[in-house]
Design a protein around this ligand. Structure first.
Ligand code: ASP
Length: 247
C-alpha cells in the first residue's frame, strides 16, 4: 500500500529546511534507519553531494541517516531495497530528464506501490502526478517525455500563491500595478491554458501544504486550503483535513 507525503515545499517562510515537516516525518519514517535521497532536481545546479548533505543535516535531527541515490552502483536495486525514499525539489525538467536517462521512473513507481515510505517536495511532488506539465520551472533541459509517476490521479501545481493578495499588500503603487499585471492572473491563467488542451485535474498546493497518500486515500494536510482546477469547471477550494476525491 502506498505511503506518500507529497509536499508543496521543503521549507516555509522563517523556518529551516524541512523543519515544519519534521514531526510528521518522524512518524512517517518511524521504521527507517537510512533514507535514499534522489538529488537530481539539484536546485540552482548545486552538486548531488552538497544537496545530499543539506538533506542529511535535516534528517539527522530525527536520527535518520541519508544516502544519495547517486552513490549507489545499481540505482534500480537501491530503490527496490530502500527503507524510505525522498525526492527533493529543484528543476522539474532536469529531475524528469535524469529519471528517464537512468531508466528508473518505473522502478521508483514500483517501490512506491510496494509501500516504501515516500516523501517528495516541490519538483519531487510535481512528478507524483500524471505528468509534469504543471511545473512552474523553466525548461532548462529537454526530457524524453513529460509523463511522470501517476501515483496520484491528478497533477499538482506546487508553491501556489494567490498573487492578488501579494499585490494588494504591497505598499508601493507602482509595485502593485506591476504585480497585478504580471502575476495576478499568472498561475490561474497558466492552468487555464493547460485545461484548454488537457483534461487532467490540477491541485494547486500552497506553501506548507502536503498530501498524505495511504493506498488510494489522499488527504490534504497542513494549515492551508488547496485549490482544485478542472477543465471547464470553476476552481474550488478544498479544506485541510479533507480527502481529495477526484473523479
Ligand atoms: N522549482 C520548484 C521547486 O522544486 C518546482 C516548481 O515550482 O514547479 O521548488
Amino acid at each position: 500500500m502506498k505511503k506518500m507525503i507529497v509536499a508543496s515545499s521543503s521549507a516555509i517562510l522563517g523556518s529551516g529546511y524541512l523543519e515544519y515537516l519534521l514531526p510528521t516525518l518522524k512518524l512517517h519514517f518511524k521504521n527507517v534507519k537510512t533514507l535514499t535521497f534522489i538529488p537530481y532536481a539539484r536546485p540552482s545546479g548545486i552538486s548531488y553531494d552538497v544537496y545530499t548533505s543539506i538533506v542529511k543535516k535535516a534528517f539527522g535531527q530525527i536520527d535518520i541517516n541519508v544516502k544519495g541515490l547517486h552513490k549507489f552502483k545499481d540505482y534500480k536495486e537501491a530503490l527496490l531495497q530502500s527503507e524510505g525514499i525522498f525526492v527533493g525539489g529543484g528543476n522539474t525538467f532536469e529531475l524528469v530528464n535524469q529519471l528517464y536517462k537512468k531508466d528508473i521512473l518505473s522502478i521508483l513507481k514500483l517501490a512506491i506501490n510496494n509501500g516504501v515510505p515516500f516523501l517528495s517536495t516541490s519538483a519531487g511532488s510535481n512528478i507524483c502526478g500524471i505528468n509534469m506539465m504543471n511545473t512552474n520551472d523553466m525548461p532548462v533541459v529537454n526530457p524524453p517525455s513529460f509523463k511522470t509517476l501517476g501515483c496520484i490521479p491528478f497533477n499538482v501545481n506546487t508553491h501556489y500563491i494567490e498573487p492578488l493578495v501579494e499585490a494588494e499588500n504591497s505598499t508601493e503603487t507602482k509595485d502593485r500595478a506591476f504585480l497585478k499585471r504580471h502575476l495576478l492572473k499568472g498561475r490561474e491563467t497558466k492552468i487555464k491554458e493547460f485545461h484548454f488542451y488537457n483534461k487532467t485535474p490540477v491541485l494547486a498546493l500552497r506553501e506548507g501544504s502536503w498530501l498524505y497518500v495511504e493506498g488510494d486515500k489522499i488527504t490534504l494536510q497542513g494549515d492551508y486550503k488547496a485549490k482544485l482546477f478542472r477543465s471547464k469547471v470553476k476552481p474550488i477550494e478544498i479544506e485541510s483535513g479533507l480527502e481529495i476525491l477526484i473523479k
